[in-house]
Design a protein around this ligand. Structure first.
Ligand SMILES: [Zn+2]
Ligand SMILES: [Zn+2]
Ligand SMILES: [Zn+2]
Length: 247
């Protein structure tokens, strides 16, 4: 499967409006510190299908850049604005989109998007479902106080794990499911030294990757508080917008 990190920023995005820190200046100059909000595009091996994990408020620009006007499904990890709010723009391009999420997450998002009419698929944590030849399993993480799920995606040969937004205190049952990923995409909103109860910092995300035996790791959902991308990259395996990884 091909994975494209459409957006690797936190809810604020980089540059942060009005900020002149080194990362924001790099972003304003067009450097890789520029980060739109979170979504991930998954494309199946034979190009038979595409799935979006989360629909960033920046989704319109992300899909314009990828020249994509059709997906086979949208998976929502949780009901925070930066993970679903771009869906409204997209629904005018492709109507009756198949959307997948845990029930409470779905209720909240579809209440906000009450003027749209996607095809609703409520899913249960730890139960697999298929979209476009790829198997998905949602698992509970810990992102107080919002119901939030990470996602395991397999194509029968390779395994991708996306943590979504979470702190390090992930339920044991989920850690079991996350084991031996070929690629782990992990929330690492800030560099070490910062602690915010809803997210992991880079050090914690690396510790998680080691704990679950991930073969490869990319950090995402990144705030402007990192050094500029090329400098930060020497220390941490940061993703960047439009990065493509083939599993
Ligand atoms: Zn978020
Ligand atoms: Zn800044
Ligand atoms: Zn969140």
């Amino acid at each position: 499967m091909k994975i494209t990190l459409l957006g690797t920023g936190d809810a604020i995005g980089t540059p942060k409006i009005g900020c002149k820190c080194p990362a924001c200046l790099d972003a304003l100059r067009g450097g890789r510190s520029r980060r739109t909000r979170f979504s991930v595009l998954l494309e199946s091996d034979d190009d038979e299908g595409r799935v979006l994990v989360d629909t960033s408020p920046d989704l319109r620009w992300q899909l314009l850049k990828k020249d994509i006007s059709h997906v086979d499904g949208v998976v929502w990890t949780h009901a925070h604005y930066d993970h679903y709010a771009g869906f409204g723009d997209f629904h005018r391009v492709q109507s009756h989109v198949d959307v997948y999420a845990l029930k409470n997450t779905m209720d909240y998002i579809l209440n906000y998007l009450y003027f749209l009419n996607p095809v609703r698929h409520d899913v249960c944590a730890y139960e697999s479902f298929e979209i476009a030849g790829m198997q998905f399993t949602m698992f509970l993480v810990n992102h107080p106080t919002t119901e939030t799920s990470g996602v395991v995606v397999t194509n029968g040969r390779k395994k991708l794990v996306i943590t979504s937004d979470t702190n390090l205190d992930i339920p044991e049952k989920s850690l079991e499911l996350m084991k031996d990923a070929d690629l782990l995409l992990a929330d690492a909103i800030m560099p070490p030294g910062y602690n915010i109860p809803k997210h992991m910092n880079a050090e914690e995300a690396v510790a998680l990757a080691n704990r679950v035996g991930a073969k490869d790791l990319r950090l995402t959902h990144l705030a402007h508080l990192y050094p500029p991308h090329e400098i930060a990259l020497k220390k941490w395996p940061l993703g960047h917008d439009m990065m493509e990884i083939v599993l």
